[in-house]
Write a protein of this length. Structure first.
Length: 163
C-alpha cells in the first residue's frame, strides 16, 4: 500500500472519528444537561442513547481499521495479531446491527399505518449483518494467508538447512 493511500485513509479515518466523537458528545450533553429541546420525551431519549451506542460501535471499527492500516504499512498484517482487529471489526458491525434492530423496534409503534417502513428497516439490519458475514469470510482468507506464510517460512528454513 502506497504512502499516499495510507495518508489519505488516515485523514478520512481521523475526520470521521473526530466527527463521531463530536456528535456523540453533543447527543449525550443534550441528555444530561437538561437543555433538550424535545423535553426528554421517552422515545427520543431512547433513540439518542441507542444512537450514541451505534456511533460507539462505528468508532471501534474505525480504530480497528486504523490499526490494520498500520500493520499493512509495516508489512505485518499477515500475522496472528491482525485477527484481534478483524474480530473487533466483526463485533462492531454485529453491535451496529443490534443497535439498528433496536432503533427499528423503537420506531415500529409509530409506523402502524405503514408497516413497510419497519420491514425495510429490518431488511437494512439484515444487510448490516451480511456485511459482518463478508468480513468473516475475509477473516477466513486472512487465516489461510497466515497459514501459507507460516508454511512458506518453514519450508524456506528447511531449504536453508539443506543448502
Amino acid at each position: 500500500m502506497g504512502k499516499l493511500t495510507v495518508r489519505a485513509l488516515r485523514v478520512v479515518l481521523a475526520v470521521v472519528l473526530t466527527g463521531t466523537v463530536f456528535v456523540q458528545a453533543m447527543m449525550l450533553w443534550a441528555l444530561v444537561s437538561g437543555n433538550d429541546p424535545e423535553d426528554g420525551t421517552l422515545p427520543l431519549t431512547a433513540l439518542r442513547l441507542v444512537t450514541a451506542l451505534g456511533v460507539g460501535a462505528a468508532q471501534v471499527a474505525l480504530v480497528c481499521v486504523w490499526r490494520l492500516v498500520a500493520m499493512v504499512r509495516r508489512g505485518t498484517v499477515f500475522s496472528h495479531a491482525a485477527f484481534r482487529y478483524v474480530d473487533g471489526i466483526i463485533g462492531a458491525i454485529v453491535a451496529a446491527a443490534l443497535v439498528w434492530f433496536s432503533v427499528t423496534a423503537l420506531n415500529a409503534p409509530g409506523q402502524r399505518d405503514d408497516p413497510g417502513v419497519t420491514l425495510i428497516m429490518g431488511g437494512i439490519g439484515v444487510a448490516i449483518l451480511g456485511v459482518a458475514l463478508i468480513v468473516l469470510v475475509l477473516r477466513m482468507l486472512l487465516a489461510q494467508a497466515v497459514a501459507r506464510d507460516v508454511e512458506a517460512t518453514r519450508m524456506q528454513a528447511e531449504l536453508n538447512e539443506v543448502i
